[in-house]
Design a protein around this ligand. Structure first.
Ligand SMILES: *Cc1c(COP(=O)(O)O)cnc(C)c1O
Length: 433
């Protein structure tokens, strides 16, 4: 694309072109995979400038890489953001964000409807760094407010909770963060920038497990930290104060709005080493090029499946924000007007005592759906938490965690919808036989 053009290109154009021009030397049209650990310096002087952060360029793939840089620019473009750093996984995107912004003794207020791995990271791993996390019901705004103390340094939530399917009321929580001068960090994995740009509603830092819908083919683990550029880190000590880990550089003074991402890359990512592999970045770039097309089909199929299940006599309940019956339907209309995403859950009808057994029978009878622990694949996926990820919990504990024993989670793929409902119908009958 001609960068001197005045036109602001649409999402569908940017998902294919942003951040890349054909390779000047070879003319390669696709983004090349720069599978190189390190990059030759032009001169000793340039090397010194790179290490001193006086020039920007690639030194070593643990810190940055030209293939990964295309993905970073493309994501930032799709999010209308200042920039992005792509890292090894969604978990490391979160951890590096916390490590960059928090100091021992700081506190976080977070939504209780989080991805299981995130809940564990916030509760147990951050505790080791002497960071305390208070969890609140996602849309109980007075509870968010009450939980904020002078030590609270960020607010945290998921646009669409995995697996609960709750939709976060971003706007009032964003206002609360702003009033307290702290960043609002939002995991937008289930929504993707095609369905929702959380920064439009007050979020400041957007996180992704790019493993899911962004890559979309279940073939790479990857994460991203996106800075929307709408939070001023001037009064954030970790970004504004002299950093002894980088010869007392003041990241805010030196890089302004890039201060947070520069510190995340040059200190946190450098020291922790949770780097993206160039091959995985390439795979995510391929996936991202069809994001809007895939999301349209994921949404269509998820909505049809939810409606099919809601009418089915062997189904007790269905949770999908796209259904009128969902307590999150109004919020979904506001924040996700194109559709409520590709993930839904439902409960098998029948006695609670036999719910685990029935769940296993249901899963085993499916032919098209793959039984695995992932979401956001072109293939339809299914999991029964009570017999897998949450099998050690009692029925009471399952209820408290919001994953009752009869719950089945579905990630709708892009296959033929009649085939998917045919498969589900067969398995429902097999489970109740
Ligand atoms: C999968 C997931 C993560 C973790 O991402 P990985 O890429 O598996 O490390 C974080 N948040 C949400 C909402 C997820 O679904």
């Amino acid at each position: 694309m001609n960068s001197s053009s005045e036109r602001i290109f649409g999402f569908e154009t940017r998902q294919v072109h942003a951040g890349h021009i054909p390779d000047a030397e070879t003319g390669a049209r696709a983004v090349p995979i720069y599978q190189s650990s390190s990059f030759v310096f032009e001169s000793a002087e340039q090397a010194a400038r790179l290490f001193g952060l006086k020039d920007y360029g690639d030194i070593y793939t643990r810190i940055s890489n030209p293939t990964t840089a295309v993905l970073e620019e493309r994501l930032a473009s799709l999010e209308n953001a200042t920039g992005a750093v792509v890292v090894a996984s969604g978990m490391s995107a979160q951890f590096l964000t916390f490590l960059t912004l928090l100091e021992p003794g700081d506190e976080v207020v977070a939504s209780s409807h989080l991805y299981g791995g995130s809940a564990t990271q916030l509760t147990h791993t951050l505790k080791k760094l002497s960071v305390k996390v208070s969890f609140v019901a996602p849309n109980d705004v007075p509870a968010w407010k009450a939980a904020i103390t002078p030590k609270t340094k960020l607010l945290y939530g998921e646009t669409v909770g995995n697996p609960s399917g709750s939709v976060l009321d971003l706007e009032p929580i964003g206002k609360l963060a702003k009033a307290h001068g702290i960043p609002f960090v939002v995991d937008n994995t289930l929504a993707t920038p095609w369905l929702c740009r959380p920064a439009d509603f007050g979020a400041n830092i957007i996180l992704y497990s790019a493993t899911k819908f962004l890559s979309g083919h279940g073939n790479a683990i990857l994460g991203a930290v996106v800075d929307a550029g709408n939070f001023d880190f001037k009064r954030t000590p970790s970004i504004a104060a002299p950093d002894p880990a980088y010869h007392n550089l003041r990241f805010y003074d030196t890089f302004g709005h890039y201060g947070f991402l520069m510190k995340l890359r040059m200190v946190s990512l450098r020291d922790i080493g949770a780097s993206a592999s160039p091959m995985n970045s390439f795979l995510a770039i391929q996936g991202l090029e069809t994001l809007s097309l895939r999301m349209e089909r994921h949404i269509y199929n998820a909505q049809k499946i939810a409606e099919f299940l809601e009418k089915h006599s062997l189904v007790e309940w269905v949770s999908y924000p796209g259904l009128n019956s969902s307590p999150y339907h109004a919020l979904a209309k506001k924040y996700l007007p194109r559709g409520a995403g590709g993930v839904l859950s439902f409960g098998l009808k029948g006695s609670r005592e036999q719910a685990r057994e029935r769940g296993v029978k249901f899963i085993e009878a499916l032919q098209i759906f793959s039984h695995l622990a992932n979401i956001g694949d072109v293939r339809s996926l299914v999991i029964h938490p009570a017999s897998t990820t949450h099998q050690q919990l009692t029925t009471e504990e399952l209820d408290a965690a919001g994953v009752p024993p009869e719950l089945i989670r579905i990630s709708a793929g892009i296959e033929n919808i009649e085939d998917l409902t045919w498969d589900l119908n067969r398995a429902l009958h097999a489970a109740s036989a």
